[in-house]
Design a protein around this ligand. Structure first.
Ligand SMILES: NC(=O)C1=CN([C@@H]2O[C@H](COP(=O)(O)OP(=O)(O)OC[C@H]3O[C@@H](n4cnc5c(N)ncnc54)[C@H](O)[C@@H]3O)[C@@H](O)[C@H]2O)C=CC1
Ligand SMILES: O=C(O)CCC(=O)C(=O)O
Length: 332
């Protein structure tokens, strides 16, 4: 068993954290030999709920879990952490867009960026889940200037998982048979779920998703819209936003960042844009990445047709607008 690492989860009394904490503490992210010290951050009104979560973690008798520190103090929460799941933020309700959360949530990420800068390990891996996730990650990084920008990422893995699930159902295969579906851009209804470079195994034979589905109109319309609007569909059905699937996606994201991706398999992450594929620079944009030794690299040389390019322009433009609005909120 390795020496324990410190991991923080913010919004630890909330609904995503309720599933996420168990998965992390079971070893599903950092490995079955990696012991853990969990730091749980929430706000003062949630202290009672946080106590209940701690009781349940203790009662789960989890061998990898060395200690749990519940706190409302960011200085304690981020102290010496190697990985941070930034979940704590207001979720949207029916009828709202994720960017409607911007003015309330972006201030949280300014404060947490500053705390990460001051207290976390310099190689901390930060995953922002709280919405609007891409822009929150950008603000967080902006206020943590001593930590490399590459260490701040936003979650679009839930969108990738949703897209894979739609394709698996359409073709009639298992989820593991669907490879290299990409989410480009923002975790919002402008995101572009793209199958142009993806493959699917049908009866053991690998073919392009495009050929396997053989329905361009479906792939460019219904499929794209279903994935873009899946979060809203879950809110409409559950009257609360996705939680179990969001927790699973957060684990998938951090697991792959920590452990690496298989050669030839890429995953989607919101990362700082270097302008690849014509995306605007210096925003957090979701790209396909491959990961080796805990470092992600944007996959280059993928094909994009005119339809795809036009979608990337729309989502990039939205992210630039969000960046501008967020900067004006945090500088107030
Ligand atoms: N990127 C993605 O794919 C997804 C993002 N989300 C987003 O994740 C966020 C959390 O969702 P839920 O857990 O369902 O919400 P929730 O409302 O159940 O829990 C949020 C928790 O964050 C806490 N919190 C608020 N401000 C805080 C602060 N400054 N520091 C620490 N904790 C704070 C709240 O007290 C609450 O306990 C929302 O913004 C939601 O929209 C949800 C699903 C998917
Ligand atoms: O759509 C929302 O705002 C809820 C959470 C979310 O981001 C999602 O389910 O994708």
């Amino acid at each position: 068993m390795s020496e324990p690492i410190k991991v923080v989860v913010t919004g630890a009394a909330g609904q995503i954290a309720y599933s996420l904490l168990y998965m992390i503490a079971r070893g599903e992210v950092f490995g079955k030999d990696q012991s853990l010290i969990l730091h749980l951050l929430d706000i003062p009104p949630m202290v009672g709920v946080l106590d209940g979560v701690c009781m349940e973690l203790a009662d789960s008798a989890l061998p990898l879990l060395h200690k749990v520190f519940p706190t409302t103090d960011p200085a304690v929460a981020f102290n010496d952490v190697s990985a941070a799941f930034l979940v704590g933020a207001m979720p949207r309700r029916e009828g709202m867009e994720r960017k409607d959360l911007l003015s309330a949530n972006v201030k949280i990420f300014k404060a947490q960026g500053a705390a990460i800068n001051q207290y976390a390990k310099k190689d901390v891996k930060v995953l922002v889940v709280g919405n609007p996730a891409n822009t929150n990650a950008l603000i967080c990084s902006h206020y943590a200037p001593t930590i490399p920008k590459e260490n701040f990422t936003a979650m679009t893995r839930l969108d990738q998982n949703r897209a894979k699930a739609q394709i698996a159902a359409k073709v009639g295969v298992q989820i593991t048979d669907v490879l290299n579906v990409i989410i480009w851009g923002n975790h919002s209804s402008t995101q572009f779920p793209d199958v142009l470079n993806g493959n699917v195994k049908v009866n053991g034979v690998e073919k392009s998703i495009f050929d396997a589905v053989n329905n361009k109109a479906y792939l460019q319309n219904e499929f794209v819209e279903t994935v873009q609007k899946r979060g809203a569909a879950v809110i409409s059905a559950r009257k609360m936003s996705s939680a179990m699937s969001a927790a699973k996606a957060a684990c998938d994201h951090m697991h792959d960042w920590w452990n690496g991706t298989q050669p030839g398999n890429y995953v989607s992450m919101g990362v700082i844009s270097d302008g690849s594929y014509g995306a605007p620079k210096d925003i957090i944009f979701s790209f396909p990445v491959e990961i080796v030794n805990k470092k992600w690299k944007i996959v280059q040389g993928l094909k994009l047709d005119d339809f795809a390019n036009s979608k990337l322009v729309i989502t990039g433009k939205e992210l630039l607008e969000e960046k501008q609005e967020a900067m004006s909120v945090v500088q107030d």
